[in-house]
Design a protein around this ligand. Sequence first.
Ligand code: SF4
Length: 362
Amino acid sequence: MSGEQNSAVGEQVSPDSANATHADKATKAVKPNKASKPVGAAGTGKPARPAGKASGTGKAAGAGKAAGTTGRTSGTTGKGKAGKSRGAGGAKGDEATPKKTVKPWKPESRLAMVRRARRINRELAEVYPYAHPELDFRNPFELLVATVLSAQTTDLRVNQTTPALFARYPTPEDMAAAAPEELEEIIRPTGFFRAKSRSLLGLSAALRDEFDGRVPGRLEDLVRLPGVGRKTANVVLGNAFGVPGITVDTHFGRLVRRWKWTEQEDPEKVEAEICEIFPKSEWTMLSHRVVFHGRRICHSRKPACGACPIAPLCPAYGEGETDPEKAKKLLKYEMGGYPGQRLAPPPDYPGRPAAPLGTGDE
Ligand code: SF4
């Protein structure tokens, strides 16, 4: 997952009509209500922010949970009832709805930031109830290997590569005994295959010789393995051992800075500051939700602000496309009606599985 880039896969496959409904719903999430037309952030140079309170109470379901926040822009009670009564741009009784002035973003206390951060986490939990690690794995060893391979490439490419790899070398003992050239050839599609091959051979040998062929469940042991840093260790601990951890990859770092949860650039400092904001029990799922949001909506260069369900809580609203229709076209993966990154996603994933390597659909 390190150095993860947004996969271009979504741009290569046409959306199917069934999944396109996710995009519809996500877009509706922040389409300004006519009755409470956003008030321009005069003098700020930023587009008007969607009006209304961002309620953490909105209830919705499935991938379309983004739609559940629709009511938040209504400028009424802010209790967004899953778009039941106040769909985007379609509030009943426009005349009776008071206009709400939305103020430009301004500095907030630490307490206010912490409350807002936790509210964003709750909102994301509703939008992405199916958030999960986007690497395919069946045991801790596979997750460790897949995470090492994910440096400087997409999870999709790793997922397309690992079936052949694990069929050939299912255990640390098998992989440690691999011929380097053969191993390199199998992992070549993930890039940097010589360095990655050295890491896999080294970590497999260490697991065989020092840990009885098992992946250790402690951070201090994991980071001693060749090619394994703190980020990889946290991925493995959080998802294979149930040990809470925050994984700071490129998406996570970008989003938490946009949300002003931290100003740190160094991943370890980011991790330390975010850990202070959330209870331990939230750390692993928070990481997945933030990365899901970064990959689907809050992209690096073109965030889809106009289709973003947490726009009212975001200091960076307006950094990307605010027009709902244009923003909708920027949505990726299941939000845009495209396949996901996993060939074998969890059963609750509402999108389509990714295609295997070499099928012409990758
Ligand atoms: S920058 Fe835009 S897309 Fe990203 S979280 Fe803020 S409002 Fe949403």
